[in-house]
Design a binder for this molecule. Structure first.
Ligand code: NAD
Ligand code: TYD
Length: 357
């Protein structure tokens, strides 16, 4: 049975990966349907990320709804009003450091919110087979690797932070709804993304902006933790391929095959940003500052992504060097966006509209 893919509910579409995904979707000639973007606009969600798309397709193929996945009535209304046949679920609290400072909202959104969404889909779809619930998750659910080895689709879950535990919980819920109720569902677990529109709390945008502003570059612990980095539109492409051809009930690991020690990456960013700004790299590197380690800091993540490559024909398109250059250029050219997401005014607007965190 082929999938409809005509009315796609994207949750968290105003965040970093969700916004890049919606942009990617509208660039695909084979995508002829509509998108409903449901986003609570937390501190991480920014309507400006899709303002041009809203102008181009607003009211016809693109619909924005401010709402919370913790609110079942909102979800039920969207499923019936827009005859949703596909869900791509990005909405989440996504930052490990914030989860350490305040885990409760991670459980509420990532676990309870996901269960709500699953229930809304089940109620709306009944036994339909031309529908799909795609859940976007992280490789952090598998815990931390030593120097060798990779996570695979068979790796047992061993999450270590409140963030990864909440994402692991949501993965288990999706699998259990597929197993128990026959909900057609797929899951992707991806490594660290980077690219335009990433909120400047994650490592790469923080470092780019601090280098440009001559501020200290906070490297946690000994700087030898390893992350695997993937350009965000390569992740979007993997999701689109899974939506089209991924098997119901299947999980796919997605990664950059691009592992970097944090310190080496920060040094590379110093060189690249300094070159782009016409400044000496040595001055930028002087900004590197070792700070206290993150509690429970996972040492290394890396995935074996042969399944998505061999079964669906996915491959990374962006080299790290090109992807970083494009990202650096984007942050240098979009100072208004940066000011907006960091300004006191914007934070006040969030507090007024969403409540204090
Ligand atoms: P993000 O924090 O930039 O965006 C999250 C979005 O979800 C925001 O727009 C926010 O407003 C929205 N949101 C939060 N709580 C909500 C709620 N209760 N109801 C509705 N909307 C809500 O996150 P991101 O980096 O774009 O990550 C998106 C998804 O991808 C997450 O599920 C994350 O776990 C997963 N993921 C992220 C990465 C990464 O490197 N960033 C890697 C693998 C998987
Ligand atoms: P981050 O972007 O928060 O992603 P995650 O924790 O989900 O992997 O962090 C990436 C790596 O960079 C991680 O090992 C923590 C480290 N890090 C720093 O050293 N300094 C920072 O300021 C930040 C935000 C992260």
């Amino acid at each position: 049975m082929s999938r409809s893919l005509q009315s796609v509910l994207v949750t968290g579409g105003s965040g970093f990966i969700g916004a890049n995904f919606i942009r990617y979707l509208f660039e695909q000639p084979s995508f002829t349907g509509q998108v409903v973007n449901l986003d609570a606009l937390t501190y991480a969600g920014n309507p400006a990320n899709l303002a041009d798309l809203a102008d181009a397709y607003g009211g016809s193929r693109y619909h924005f709804k401010r709402g919370d996945i913790r609110d079942f009535e909102t979800l039920a209304d969207i499923f019936s009003r827009y005859e949703i046949d596909t869900v791509v679920h990005f909405a989440a609290e996504s930052h490990v450091d914030r989860s350490i400072l305040g885990p409760r909202v991670f459980i509420e959104t990532n676990v309870l919110g996901t269960s709500n969404l699953l229930e809304a889909a089940r109620a709306a779809w009944k036994d339909r087979a031309d529908v799909l619930f795609h859940h976007v998750s992280t490789d952090e659910v598998f815990g931390s690797l030593g120097e060798a080895g990779f996570f695979s689709e068979e790796t047992l879950y061993d999450p270590k932070s409140p963030y990864s535990a909440s994402k692991a919980g949501s993965d288990h819920l999706v699998r259990s709804w597929a197993h128990t109720y026959g909900l057609p569902a797929t899951i992707s677990n991806c490594t660290n993304n980077y690219g335009p529109y990433q909120f400047p709390e994650k490592m790469i945008p923080i470092m780019i902006l601090n280098i440009l502003e001559g501020k200290p570059l906070p490297v946690y612990g000994d700087g030898k933790n390893i992350r695997d980095w993937l350009y965000v539109t390569d992740h979007a492409e993997a999701i689109w391929m899974i939506m089209n051809a991924g098997g119901a009930g299947e999980t796919y690991l997605v990664g950059g095959e691009n592992e970097w020690e944090n310190l080496t990456l920060v040094e590379t960013l110093c060189d690249k940003v300094a070159a782009a700004a016409g400044r000496p790299a040595s001055k930028a590197r002087e900004l590197i500052t070792f700070v206290s380690d993150r509690p429970g800091h996972d040492r290394r993540y890396a995935v074996d992504c042969r399944k998505v490559k061999n079964e669906l024909g996915w491959a990374q398109r962006h080299s790290f060097s090109e992807g970083l250059d494009a990202t650096i250029r984007w942050y240098m050219e979009n100072t208004e966006w940066v000011e907006q997401v960091r300004s006191g005014e914007y934070q006040k607007w969030i507090e007024d509209n969403y409540g204090r965190r």
